[in-house]
Design a protein around this ligand. Structure first.
Ligand code: GLY
Length: 400
């Protein structure tokens, strides 16, 4: 385990932020934030319990916006409840985690998009991790089988969307797709069938080869030629421009390669994660509080809106990376994640209990140029924030 004390020194060295006697300890911060998260999540669960099949998505025109299980974010709220149950295993949290997980069950048969991994592994995957007796395995294995129907041996990737952007894309693969691979590596371990992990690694290998620029920023969309196999076009869908660095996409890449390094032990995946981390941590357009603008190339920086979800995903990934990487940079990853958690747990981002339609974080951005979900709460910002708090808490406990 990397020592937090070491990371604190690295924090001083890198960012020269004075630690005053008044600064809240990380322990106190985590406990406070998890208390707020629990209160908000229970209130959210109470609101949604009578609304059959509904799951929280965001806030629209001042009111809670929900979805059914087929929206790509359906697994995040159940997953957040599982993390909160892990932190504080009360019957009420277990009951709600189970209830909202069950609302996602039908996703196991979804074959028309790649988000099955997000939807099932955050919900059923966390449930399975904490309560193996729930018999969630079958749902997860069915989901993994559904996901690999989207693999093509020609492109050697899993197709993200059937959407072709008016015929411009033959076979779109987005950087976000890295996040769906954990379901597959898990499925290989569970079933003993290497096909799942082999597809996950082939997809990740193609992503290293085709999604990244020389500076280790990534394109959002790479469309592959369905006959030749290689990319025929590199573009964006949710970013500012084809050549820009859409913030959440960079965070997905960091998290995805860190996770794949953990899952496979492969040094090239760890190295990819380290390079992406360096790109992000030293980016000149990263604001002082380390919560990225929605796109690193947004034209209105420093007035551009932020994406707290990107910071939460990044913090969670950096905590894990700090434990996988044995180099001197490891302390820097942890220090950076600490700084991000401090920012996200401040009143600037963390909602007062009873506000923010019971979401945790304010100021995330879903799809800026479509004017959709701009400067709002989002269920995945909350999920990765709670995951990061839990990961940091585990490190602190390991030090005691
Ligand atoms: N995976 C979709 C998004 O990050 O907005």
């Amino acid at each position: 385990m990397k020592k937090l004390t070491g990371s604190l020194l690295a924090f001083f060295a890198l960012y020269a932020v004075p630690l005053t006697a008044q600064q809240e300890s990380m322990n106190d911060l985590i406990n406070r934030a998890l208390e707020v998260a629990t209160a908000q999540a229970l209130s959210m669960a109470e609101v949604l319990e009578p609304q059959a099949g509904r799951l929280p998505k965001s806030v629209k025109e001042g009111a809670l916006e929900t979805s059914n299980c087929y929206w790509w974010c359906s697994g995040f709220f159940p997953g957040e409840l599982w993390y909160l149950y892990e932190n504080n295993p009360t019957p009420q949290l277990k009951q709600y985690a189970t209830l909202f997980t069950e609302r996602v069950r039908d996703v196991q048969y979804v074959t028309d998009n790649h988000d099955v991994g997000f939807m099932l592994f955050c919900s059923f995957g966390n449930g399975n991790r904490l309560l193996p007796q729930c018999n969630y395995d079958t749902v997860l294995i069915n989901g993994a089988r559904s996901l690999i129907t989207r693999y093509s041996p020609v492109t050697q990737t899993i197709r993200s969307w059937d959407f072709t952007n008016n015929g411009k894309w033959q076979y779109p693969v987005i950087i976000d797709n890295m996040m769906n691979l954990e379901l597959l590596t898990w499925a290989s371990r569970k079933t003993g069938d290497s096909i799942f992990s082999s597809i996950a690694q082939t997809h990740a290998d193609q992503t290293i080869q085709h999604h990244f620029r020389d500076d280790f920023s990534s394109y959002h969309v790479v469309s592959y030629d369905t006959v030749q196999g290689g990319p025929h076009l590199k573009a964006t869908h949710q970013g500012f421009a084809d050549q820009s660095a859409w913030a959440r996409g960079q965070a997905w890449g960091l998290y995805g390669f860190t996770m794949m390094a953990r899952e496979t032990g492969r040094a090239d995946y760890l190295d990819q994660a380290r390079q992406i981390a360096a790109y992000l941590m030293h980016h000149l357009a990263m604001p002082a509080d380390k919560v990225p603008y929605w796109d690193f190339n947004a034209p209105d920086i420093p007035d551009a809106v932020r994406d707290a979800s990107a910071a939460a995903i990044m913090a969670s990934a950096l905590i894990e990376l700090s434990q996988l990487d044995q180099s001197a940079a490891s302390d820097d990853y942890l220090a950076y994640a600490e700084a991000q958690l401090r920012a996200l747990s401040s009143p600037d981002y963390l909602a007062e209990p009873g506000t923010n339609a019971n979401f945790l974080l304010k100021h995330s951005t879903g799809h800026y140029l479509a004017n959709s979900e701009v400067d709002v709460p989002l269920s995945y910002a909350d999920y990765y924030y709670v995951e990061a708090l839990m990961r940091m808490k585990a490190l602190l406990q390991a030090e005691e």
